[in-house]
Design a protein around this ligand. Sequence first.
Ligand SMILES: NC(=O)c1ccc[n+]([C@@H]2O[C@H](COP(=O)([O-])OP(=O)(O)OC[C@H]3O[C@@H](n4cnc5c(N)ncnc54)[C@H](OP(=O)(O)O)[C@@H]3O)[C@@H](O)[C@H]2O)c1
Length: 327
Amino acid sequence: MYQADENRYGKMVYNRCGKTGLKLPAISLGLWHNFGDGSNPENIREMLLTSFDLGITHFDLANNYGPAPGSAESNFGKILKSDLNAYRDELIISTKAGYKMWEGPYGDWGSKKYLVASLDQSLKRIGVDYVDIFYHHRMDPETPLWETMDALAGIVRSGKALYVGLSNYSPEKLAEASKILREMGVPCLIHQHRYSMLQRDNEKLIPVIEEADMGAIAFCPLAQGLLTGKYNAGVPADSRMAGKSVFLDEKALTDEVIEKLVRLGKFAEKRGQALPQMALAWALKKGKLTSVIIGASRAGQIVENVKTLENLEFTEDEMNRIEGILA
Ligand SMILES: NC(=O)c1ccc[n+]([C@@H]2O[C@H](COP(=O)([O-])OP(=O)(O)OC[C@H]3O[C@@H](n4cnc5c(N)ncnc54)[C@H](OP(=O)(O)O)[C@@H]3O)[C@@H](O)[C@H]2O)c1
């Protein structure tokens, strides 16, 4: 029987989510890739339990993660039942709805009909009575923002989620949505967006997030693996890119990007860190993040990435020099 590492909470840093009562681990684990039905169940179990043993308390899901859609939630639910059930109150489980999940007009976007039905399905797949964070996955330009926020607030009142989050909103829509939620008495806990050394557009969200007292969490903080340096000399056979992920194309490997990655790698080495560790530490600081959601294909990557916490500090000079490389 699995027994969690007694020292797990000494291995992680927990950051307060905005001005809320909730703390999240500086490093969270996402189940977008490598937790679906095509993945090895033993590897899934090892990644989840290794994470928890390292103090990773937050697991990020969505209705559509797989393949097949829904299977990452089901597979997470299996490990929750077999190994982590005794630790439910030590876990922050998040899921989302907003992308296409089922056929017809009620299986996508942001209507109340879709969000409530989707969360009910997610709860069944995960095998829990409630999730800790329920996200609207992307803004729906056709549904009134009020309706989507009303659905989220109602979900919290129903007890099926403790907190709500928003993901992939523009600064303008995030400001509007968070105001509506606050007026409804269910403030937005957190915004989730893409952010890394190579993808910095979402720095424009920071003032809105701060103004609304919410937390910020980044996805793809390693740019799906580019920021590990693993693609600097070609595409390794056991990588996401070689797996023909539709989300990560070889076109991303331009000379300019590789040159930056090589320079960043040398800079990280001078700091006594590996590149992914520096990339995660930098994102936490520069992006003013509560947490970064890493992905992994094997447990060793999670162990390596949690070593980020050994050096989270940057001098002003280091930040400026990194800025010079990224420019
Ligand atoms: N809200 C949204 O719209 C949205 C969108 C996308 C993702 N997300 C969330 O964000 C999570 C993370 O996204 P992501 O998986 O793209 O994050 P990522 O951390 O940028 O990339 C993770 C991938 O990089 C490789 N990797 C990680 N650490 C490594 C290491 N130390 N050495 C070598 N390779 C390493 C692994 O791929 P390989 O080993 O296979 O190469 C791993 O699967 C998702 O699981 C999901 O929860 C949310």
